[in-house]
Design a protein around this ligand. Structure first.
Ligand code: SAH
Length: 467
């Protein structure tokens, strides 16, 4: 198992400072799973390469453990010693720990500077093949070179193996490169060798800060990194979305843009009024506010005694905290407090806590979901939670042209993944209704433009059997 890191930054031997390892030395370290060697095969002014060679003790690793489902010999005959895997991440963290954190006492400016770097991995098992390899590294700006190895060079007819030699190149800080490798190398491996505990989640979130939230393959990365433990994956995805939102907070202008845009029409009030009216009209007593955000609808619902039980759910802990503060939940009189509950969760994962309600509101939420996640959302709400009525709103994209403040082709909010025309929304909603036994009707919200329609569109779904 070999990781080589090369730079052509001049003088290239500065790499020694960054890694805190002297280019003239060959150093070895004992880790729990074997030995690791750090050395430099080349260290000139123009080019410098540092290597991290893992010598995994496959026998020592299983000593003292009871043999599990694997056949006994597999513990001794396996590819662990040869392929890069999560061991490599552990070794990077231990041997290049300061570099991973971007610390360099002698040359702090160098640690902060993006420099041309190449990392080579010999040999990496890649579940998902070259396409997945590219889908993981390319969005981060890396050029990827991958060579797949045959199962046996002497017997080409045996076909290809899952093993690749991989090189990734980019101009980044060394800390960024090491962080990406730390998180991503284990993602390619088919089997995680150790128990995936809760601290793995913390590691992923800490190391993924600032780049994983925006990565288009973040769901798959989190799933694989966390060894497919659904509860951890769910938490991770929830918190990755949170971070994204926290990031948005940094630019309040961006956040307020949608409100400014919509202000003259007081669209928000009209929308809330329309949603409350539809919920009231359905006769619902127990209601959900899914993607409740900072709790504007919850406040309206609390005012109406018809709603005996109100549950707000959001993926963003920060929004829930704001909602709780704004609704003064800590100081609500008992009778009120009993009616209202806030839950942290994601609408793209089945959640038993959402079952058994009469109605659900989903106000300006679906456009925040990635289109490939809409199917999951649909099943979570209409198949699993299955309230009698669903009141759902989303922007009508056609109306955007009437807003001079909104540049053509732009969405109303930076976090919107899409905005639909009336046609697109109605087609989607009719499909959902048909698939799950609901009837749907559509209502305009806000002042209707004769040609472009209303600013907000609303669909009210009723469960056919319950009528
Ligand atoms: N319904 C509120 C907030 C709309 S903004 C209102 O009308 O004011 C969209 C909200 O959806 C945000 O609070 C966001 O955190 C939430 N959201 C986005 N993706 C979600 C998901 N997968 N599960 C639950 N909530 C989500």
């Amino acid at each position: 198992m070999l990781l080589s890191i090369t730079t052509t930054h001049r003088p290239a031997s500065d790499l020694g400072y960054l890694l805190h390892k002297h280019p003239d030395k060959f150093q070895s370290f004992d880790l729990s799973f074997g030995r690791v060697h750090a050395y430099y095969p080349e260290a000139g002014d123009d080019r410098c390469t540092a290597c991290l060679l893992l010598d995994v003790d496959a026998v020592g690793l299983v000593r003292g453990r009871s043999p599990d489902q694997d056949f006994l010999l597999a513990q001794y005959v396996n590819d662990r010693p040869y392929v890069a895997s999560s061991f490599l991440s552990v070794a990077v963290a231990q041997v290049f720990g300061s570099a991973l954190q971007g610390k360099c006492k002698d040359r702090p400016e160098l640690a902060a500077a993006p420099i041309p770097l190449e990392a080579r991995l010999d040999v990496l098992p890649v579940r998902g093949g070259e396409a997945f390899l590219r889908a993981v590294f390319e969005p981060l700006g890396y050029a990827v070179e991958a060579t797949r190895h045959p199962l046996d060079e002497h017997f080409p007819e045996w076909g290809e193996s899952p093993y690749f030699s991989v090189a990734v190149r980019h101009t980044v800080t060394l800390s960024e490169l090491l962080t990406h490798l730390y998180v991503l190398v284990p993602v390619f491996d088919a089997r995680k060798h150790y128990y995936v505990g809760d601290d793995e989640l913390e590691k992923l979130l800490a190391k993924g800060a600032g780049w994983l939230t925006r990565h288009p393959a973040k769901d798959e990365i989190a799933r694989r990194y966390l060894g497919n433990r659904p509860s951890l994956v769910r938490q991770a995805l929830g918190r990755l979305v949170d971070e994204e939102e926290a990031g948005e907070d940094e630019s309040p202008e961006k956040q307020q843009a949608e409100e400014r845009l919509e202000k003259p029409t007081r669209l928000n009030d009209q929308r809330l009024g329309a949603v409350v009216a539809a919920l009231r009209g359905s006769g619902a007593r127990r209601v959900l506010d899914l993607g409740c955000g900072e709790g504007k609808l919850l406040r309206e619902l609390l005012k109406d005694r018809q709603f005996e039980e109100i549950l707000g759910l959001d993926v963003s802990v920060r929004s829930l905290e704001i909602a709780s503060r704004r609704l003064k939940m800590e100081r609500l009189p008992d009778a009120q407090a009993k009616r209202l509950k806030l839950l942290h969760g994601s609408l793209t994962y089945r959640d038993k806590r959402l079952e058994g309600f009469d109605a659900a509101a989903v106000v300006e939420v679906i456009e925040h979901l990635d289109p490939p996640r809409l199917r999951a959302f649909e099943r979570v709400l209409f198949e699993c939670a299955r309230p009698g009525t669903v009141v759902l709103t989303t922007p009508n994209r056609e109306f955007n042209v009437t807003w001079e403040a909104l540049p053509a082709g732009q969405f109303r909010h930076a976090d919107h993944r899409f905005e639909w025309t009336r046609r697109e929304f109605q087609d989607w909603a009719a499909g959902v209704a048909a698939r799950h036994g609901y009837a749907v009707r559509f209502l305009p919200v806000g002042p209707e433009h004769p040609e472009h329609g209303p600013p907000t569109q609303m669909g009210v779904f009723d469960l056919a059997q319950s009528r």
